[in-house]
Design a protein around this ligand. Structure first.
Ligand code: DX5
Ligand code: ZN
Length: 216
């Protein structure tokens, strides 16, 4: 199977949200990456349920929802109701991560865990077998358009080793600073899904950029 491309809606034009959602529908993209920020876990607030529901209304592909939220257990049902297909929580934001992952799956969503740049991949060893997605942050979360952190390649290889050892079927998703210069190297390291915000939406032809990112 070819790798997954998930354009980040955070970089879309919110005054023309329906237009940008329809562009992604028509493109070769696989998922909508939806970044929810609470102003506590990260120093920024993005958007909440009304905007997410508006995206869901027009989206014809799965919503890959990335929660940059402290204690996300409070909102799992609400994200299901707002249309999340994949729900990714942060390792650093959950006290009882195993329980949270089970709760996401019990609600009928795919479960992902994200790790910040400073978090060791080894901390996922005991939950990996239950995960559908591991989201390796390649910037410090909170903002689009940041510079890619080079240590990410090394972390992808580490995640891949744990996936093998635990016989997990998890997808390895990379988020932050993905561009035309690094995406091939990320795939070679073992990434199977790439998020792209600025690279897609700041380009002259976003649909063509998505098609280019789909090429191996
Ligand atoms: C960062 C978000 C990312 C962001 C990616 O906190 O999680 O998904 O939108 O944007 P780019 O691709 O511009 O780094
Ligand atoms: Zn994200």
């Amino acid at each position: 199977m070819s790798h997954i491309i998930a354009p980040s809606v955070l970089s879309a034009d919110f005054g023309n949200l329906q237009r940008d959602v329809e562009m992604i529908n028509k493109s070769e993209a696989d998922w909508f990456h939806v970044d929810v920020m609470d102003g506590m876990f990260v120093p920024n607030i993005s958007f909440g349920f009304p905007v997410m529901k508006a995206i869901k209304k027009h989206a014809q592909k799965p919503l890959d929802v990335h929660l940059m939220v402290m204690d996300p257990d409070r909102y799992l049902q609400a994200f299901k109701d707002a249309g999340a297909d994949i729900l990714t929580v942060h390792y650093e934001g959950c006290t009882h991560l195993h329980r949270t992952v089970q709760a996401i799956k019990a609600l009928g969503m795919k479960a992902g865990v994200a790790i910040n740049p400073h978090t060791s991949v080894n901390l996922l060893a005991d939950t990996m077998e239950y995960l559908d997605v591991v989201l390796v942050m390649s910037v410090n979360p909170g903002f689009g358009g940041q510079k890619f952190i080079e240590n990410t390649y090394h972390k992808i290889v580490g995640v891949r080793d744990i996936i093998r050892a635990t016989k997990s079927a998890a997808i390895i998703e990379v988020d932050g600073g993905v561009d035309m210069n690094n995406y091939t190297k990320l795939l070679e390291a073992g990434a199977t899904a790439l998020v792209a915000g600025n690279t897609v939406f700041s380009s002259a032809n976003p649909m063509q950029t998505i098609a280019d990112l789909k090429k191996c």
